[in-house]
Design a protein around this ligand. Structure first.
Ligand SMILES: [Zn+2]
Ligand SMILES: [Zn+2]
Length: 256
């Protein structure tokens, strides 16, 4: 059985836990080690169970605590060469450089990296599978590419970015350069772009969509939820929110 939970999501830090049989993977660690351990305890997760850390890209909200946590727990870190160079850790013994065109196994979990358009050196996201069960993690991309649409078909659960509402971003407090970055093709998905992705994927197996990386200043939770709900008629009850402070509690993928 595959289970997943979030330690928190948003521009101040992201980290997602996935467990399946004896494997436990952390995707990103944008919190300090102390904060990460506190949040793991909140989820009743024993840190010594961790098998590996996967990193999507070098931005601080995803990578801040990665190397320190890896050393503390003595677990390897998997990331693209570009991310390792950007984090200046390519020679670190704990780092395993991955090829974004190549799937690989981490114990019982199969990892399928997906390259995404984002303003980082070599950003990716991941689809993780355990037997037939597939969990997609998809945040930090400026637009949805055909490669993304095909990689996330028929997932059982999806952790999906709905970062901003374009109008709220336009009139919001960010300086013009940051507005252009966030709303641009290498920035973050708007509610509408996330809805567009949902409308393009096969919903047959879909059990859960966790709305994530929501901007606290340029979005509104109920607005994001309603825009995504409109894209998946009949499946609205599967939507759930991932918050910066509380993340979300364990969610188990049910066998079909
Ligand atoms: Zn981010
Ligand atoms: Zn980012």
């Amino acid at each position: 059985m595959m289970r997943f939970a979030s330690l928190g999501s948003g521009s101040k830090g992201n980290a997602t836990l996935i467990t399946a049989a004896d494997t436990a993977v952390l995707v990103d660690c944008g919190f300090s080690v102390k904060e990460t351990l506190l949040r793991m305890a909140r989820l009743d997760f024993a840190p010594e169970r961790l098998t590996a850390i996967l990193v999507t890209h070098e931005h601080g909200d995803h990578a801040k605590g990665v190397m320190a946590l890896s050393r503390r727990l003595k677990v390897p870190v998997y990331m693209s060469a570009g991310t390792a160079i950007a984090l200046d850790c390519i020679a670190d013994v704990q780092v395993r450089v991955i090829d974004l065109h190549q799937s690989f196994a981490l114990g019982d979990v199969h990892v399928h990296p997906v390259a995404v358009p984002h303003d980082a050196r070599e950003a990716c996201q991941f689809v993780l599978s355990f037997g037939e069960q597939r969990l997609g993690i998809l945040t930090d991309l400026g637009h949805v590419t055909p490669h993304v649409v095909s990689a996330y078909q028929a997932v059982d659960a999806l952790i999906l970015e709905a970062n901003h509402d374009p109008e709220m971003l336009a009139v919001g407090p960010y300086p013009p350069s940051l507005k252009r970055r966030v709303g641009g093709p290498l920035g973050h998905l708007s509610n509408g772009q996330s809805a567009e992705l949902l409308s393009q994927i096969d919903l047959q197996r879909l059990q859960r969509v966790v709305i994530s990386h929501i901007s606290e200043q340029n979005n509104d939770l109920s607005l994001a939820e309603s825009v995504l709900a409109a894209a998946i008629p009949g499946h609205e009850a599967k939507l759930q929110i991932n918050l910066q402070d509380t993340g979300f509690d364990w969610c188990q993928i049910q066998p079909l």
